[in-house]
Design a protein around this ligand. Structure first.
Ligand SMILES: [Zn+2]
Length: 889
């Protein structure tokens, strides 16, 4: 059974302050992986070299679930007296020479590796995932990112079952063995940390193409997929080539390899992994065909393919010194994929979607028991820190640097960063220093963003002095201590609570709709500061945080006439959208306070503003994609955080009711306009996942959802027609998603037909699970439980768990937080069952309890019982123990 060693005591924290360089370097690694029936043998030869700065006699290697067969030093077999073996380490006892070759032979069991970390078996063969600490599940190694080595890897396996044998770098030799076996030897010319090692032995089809770099080198590009799926990988290949070109143009970064491979696998814990030259991807971010994938899927593929490609420089060429620096590569690379997305698709819409994701996913994290800065000072299980904070907030921190120093200086800072640190394992500090040195802008105070948890609140107050023609803006920042500071205090670590350096991009919109000044970036460095703008002709409406210039919560009282003015005239598209969200949020908070009942809390200005969006879209005055985003009300999770930020108890039923009331009110008030717009947006040509079409479909489906909200029966024929004849998954899936929320017999008919048609396409089946998990209908919790027993669902497959269980917990707040505790019980059952097999996925489900203390006493009692039931599991995995321990702390 593949379970982690039991951790009955509280998981032990590791601290950034305790970092010490490795005692031994490893210059080269020569691996031989022999895949046999039911197990694999791994021979590793490590060229070890003493780090003179860290005198230590013993060599300590990490290992996890490895069966050691033998160990030798410079060709001599070591007797057991020369080494010590425990559940997590192999220690070679000194004295040792300054340089030596250590050879180990271990057995591992990929077939029984349900954690999907290390070398594991999936349907089509064997795959690896080594970040963060999977390499130690393949062989004994000092498994830390600052040990960088050159790797050769020989893979040997049965030729019929595993025709493709891949690893990092270049293929240097192949050969046939006895009894139908074959082997391939790969050599990676670049030194890399162990977490970037990868190998594959599988039966896969391959799509090949080439890319000529700006220096004229021809690179082989290859996408490997499950046999029979070549028709679904063209978009991923195109995305890869777009990303290669973009990185050359935007950052002057060229691919350094002769071959670049992407391998898709259906069992994968994460989205994708940037292993040097051999990316391994969740199928979700590779496979797409118009009838199986939505526009959103296509766009996600663009972003994830680009993200992993961009890591080749930001992460692989320059890597992290230790795992506390994870945001060095992730924040920076998410920033880069966000920029790529903005350049490839609608800039404003991409920004809107990224910010909505940040608010729904990261803000609750920053306010909950797992709060941490983008560079945490401690962790118990590093797998728990692949978080929205490290990734999404990390990207906003990088973006703020660009805002403060300007785009050209940012590019100069990147150039300097690579000039200084290429080939090294470095820290976040090194990155900021390069930006500071290149730009000459002092970023000393800005560095606090790396060590502070929590979402700052920015309070703003404006005053216009008509006589002096002067507009004054007073900004105040506050950041309450979070659970993170409490954890640090318990460990005796002081936290810095000085003010942050916040870039606030400001515009002043005059009554005639023009900008009084160009967008101005104010540097807020004190707790409170007042900024003055002179020669302002009339009382302006301030547009703050243009482009969302800082990841803060804005507290700015603007009137019901001012927000619509920004919606209509702000030259910053993001803030046009934001003004609408603020108008809706304010109304919804009033509605939530009223229990979500009635409609008298809905201001006419809000209905009028939505009417104008629909009218502008009908007249083709605005981008349809933008209009679609503007018609989406703030998600329930975002509203819940707004309620919590006011110090109030979250009532998920009231939030749901209020949002539904508003949707229905808009739908009935604007029924005719939605209907007209829906008709006008009918498709005119064949499907393509490209800009203009994507926006039209998004807007048309938003209209259809509103029409169904107003009158189910009237919308039904359209829904069924679109479901049956939609021709592409974007439209079919949208119709199914709407039907899944309607209590009509056609709902089940459609769900059954959809499953019957698509049961052979795993990713489409995940959509079928997802629309049922996120349905607002009563009885959803019981249906999710029933679906967990359905043949389509396998608890060992992370995509299945994410599509059904995590979607239910994270994206269906009303049912997950049901007052009777049924949602919590479901989540706890899954965590308990899953934690021994796949602690990483179990831990992600456990995280959905984060905000349990913000609810009423009854819900809290149910949540506590569920959390305690998880906590009391014998041998609870460290990943889950840390999350549950923090939640109950
Ligand atoms: Zn990444």
């Amino acid at each position: 059974m593949s379970a982690k060693p039991a951790h009955t005591e509280a998981p032990k924290a590791i601290y950034l302050k305790d970092y010490a360089p490795p005692a031994w370097w490893v210059d080269t690694v020569d691996l031989h992986v022999t895949i046999l029936d039911g197990y694999a043998e791994v021979t590793a030869t490590l060229a070890c070299r003493r780090n003179e700065a860290q005198r230590q006699d013993d060599l300590v290697l990490n290992g996890d679930e490895l069966a050691l067969q033998k160990v030798s030093l410079d060709g001599t077999l070591l007797p057991s007296s020369r080494y010590a073996l425990d559940a997590e380490t192999l220690t070679i006892r000194g004295p040792l020479p300054d340089r030596f070759a250590l050879e180990t032979l271990v057995r591992i069991e990929p077939d029984r590796n349900t954690q999907l970390s290390g070398l594991y078996k999936s349907a089509d063969g064997c795959f690896t995932q080594c970040e963060a600490q999977g390499f130690r599940r393949i062989t004994f190694f000092p498994d830390r990112p600052d040990v960088m080595a050159r790797y050769t890897c020989t893979v040997e396996a049965d030729a019929a079952r595993f025709p493709q044998l891949l690893s990092n770098g270049n293929l240097v030799a192949t050969g046939q063995g006895e009894a139908g076996r074959h082997w391939a030897k790969w050599q990676d010319p670049f030194a890399k940390p162990s977490y970037l090692f990868a190998m594959v032995a599988a039966k896969l089809d391959v799509l090949e193409d080439s890319f000529v770099t700006r220096s004229g080198r021809k690179v082989r590009c290859a996408v490997y997929v499950e046999p029979g799926r070549l028709d679904q990988c063209g978009h991923a290949m195109a995305a890869l080539k777009k990303a290669m070109k973009w990185d050359e143009e935007r950052f002057g970064l060229e691919l350094d390899l002769d071959t670049y491979m992407i391998v898709a696998v259906g069992d994968f814990n994460m989205g994708a992994m940037e292993n040097k030259g051999l990316n391994i991807f969740n199928t979700k971010y590779v496979l797409a065909r118009p009838d199986t994938a939505t526009d959103a899927d296509y766009q996600a593929i663009d972003r994830v393919v680009a993200h992993e490609y961009f890591h080749n420089w930001t992460g692989n060429r320059v890597t992290c010194r230790d795992w506390f620096q994870l945001s060095l590569k992730e924040g920076l690379t998410v920033y880069r994929d966000e920029q790529f997305g903005e350049d490839m698709h609608s800039r404003a819409v991409t920004r809107i979607q990224d910010v909505r994701g940040l608010r729904a996913g990261q803000f609750p994290e920053d306010a909950g028991p797992m709060a941490h800065p983008i560079r945490p000072a401690s962790y118990a299980e590093i797998n728990n820190f692949y978080t929205a904070t490290v990734y999404q907030k990390g990207a906003q921190v990088i973006r703020m640097i660009e805002t403060l120093i300007g785009r050209d200086m940012f590019r100069a800072g990147m150039d300097l960063y690579f000039a200084r640190h290429d080939g090294h394992a470095v820290t976040c500090e090194d990155f900021v220093q390069a930006m500071q040195d290149a730009s000459g802008v002092d970023l000393t105070q800005f560095r606090r963003w790396y060590s502070r948890a929590g979402t700052p609140r920015l309070k703003a107050a404006g005053h216009y002095d008509a006589a002096a023609k002067r507009y004054s803006l007073t900004l105040t920042q506050t950041l309450a201590p979070t659970a993170y500071e409490a954890r640090l205090a318990e460990a005796g670590i002081a936290s810095d609570n000085g003010p942050l350096h916040i870039p606030v991009a400001v515009g002043l919109v005059l009554p005639n709709g023009t900008d009084a000044v160009p967008t101005t970036v104010l540097s807020l460095t004190e707790t409170t500061q007042t900024f003055h703008f002179d020669d302002i002709a009339g009382a302006p409406v301030a547009s703050l945080l243009r482009g969302y210039s800082a990841p803060v919560q804005l507290d700015f009282q603007q009137g019901d006439d001012e927000l619509p003015h920004l919606m209509a005239h702000d030259s910053d598209a993001f803030n046009r959208w934001e003004a609408g969200q603020r108008l809706a949020t304010r109304a919804l908070l009033a509605g939530i306070a009223a229990g979500g009942n009635g409609v008298d809390w809905i201001p006419p200005a809000l209905v009028a503003a939505c009417a104008r969006i629909v009218a502008d879209a009908s007249a083709q005055r605005i981008d349809p994609a933008f209009a679609a985003e503007a018609l989406v009300l703030p998600p329930e999770q975002v509203l819940a955080e707004e309620v919590a930020a006011q110090g109030k108890t979250i009532d998920p039923d009231a939030i749901h009711r209020a949002r539904q009331q508003l949707r229905r009110h808009l739908a009935t008030s604007l029924f005719a306009a939605f209907d007209t717009l829906w008709q006008a947006l009918a498709p005119t040509g064949p499907y393509a996942p490209e800009g203009g079409q994507i926006g039209r479909r998004a807007l048309r489906n938003a209209c259809l959802a509103y029409l169904a909200e107003a009158d189910e029966q009237a919308a039904l024929p359209r829904l069924m027609k679109q479901f049956e004849q939609g021709g592409n998954m974007t439209d079919v899936g949208a119709a199914l998603g709407i039907l899944a929320n309607l209590d009509l017999p056609e709902r089940q008919t459609a769900l059954d037909a959809f499953y019957a048609k698509w049961q052979g396409e795993a990713l489409v089946v995940d959509k079928w699970l997802n629309v049922q998990a996120t349905s607002r209908l009563d009885g959803t919790t019981a249906r999710v439980r029933a679906l967990m027993q359905h043949p389509a669902f396998d608890l060992r497959n992370p995509n299945n768990v994410y599509a059904l269980v995590r979607a239910f917990c994270a994206a269906n707040p009303r049912h997950f937080h049901a007052a009777d505790g049924s949602g919590y019980a479901l989540a706890a059952d899954v965590v308990v069952e899953l934690q021994a097999n796949n602690p990483q996925v179990a831990s992600r489900i456990a995280r959905t309890f984060d905000r349990w203390r913000q609810f009423d006493a009854g819900r809290q009692a149910h949540a506590r019982a569920a959390l305690e039931r998880i906590r009391d599991q014998p041998g609870l995995a460290r990943d889950v123990a840390e999350v549950v321990g923090n939640a109950l702390r």
